[in-house]
Design a binder for this molecule. Structure first.
Ligand SMILES: [Zn+2]
Length: 80
């Protein structure tokens, strides 16, 4: 496996986890498979359905880091 395949595999794993986290059927323990958006989805479906949410998560992490950095710079140490 080259490094891009490794990254892609990790990314797929992350997206599948996110798909389960965001699945209404999983959240409410629905017994019927039809209520699970997480099931029977191809990687393409998982990516297209969850890409924006994944991107928001990344942005949130970056935003948090930026805020912490700013607070540290300003010497407001107690907030981080
Ligand atoms: Zn589910």
């Amino acid at each position: 496996m080259d490094q891009f395949e490794v990254i892609f595999t990790d990314l797929c794993t992350l997206m599948r986890k996110l798909s389960i986290d965001r699945c209404y059927g999983c959240e409410t323990s629905q017994p019927s498979q039809r209520d699970h958006a997480c099931l029977c989805a191809t990687d393409e479906e998982i990516f297209s359905k969850n890409f924006n949410a994944a991107f928001d998560l990344l942005n949130k992490d970056k935003l948090q880091l930026a805020v912490k950095e700013l607070l540290r710079e300003k010497g407001v140490a107690k907030f981080y």
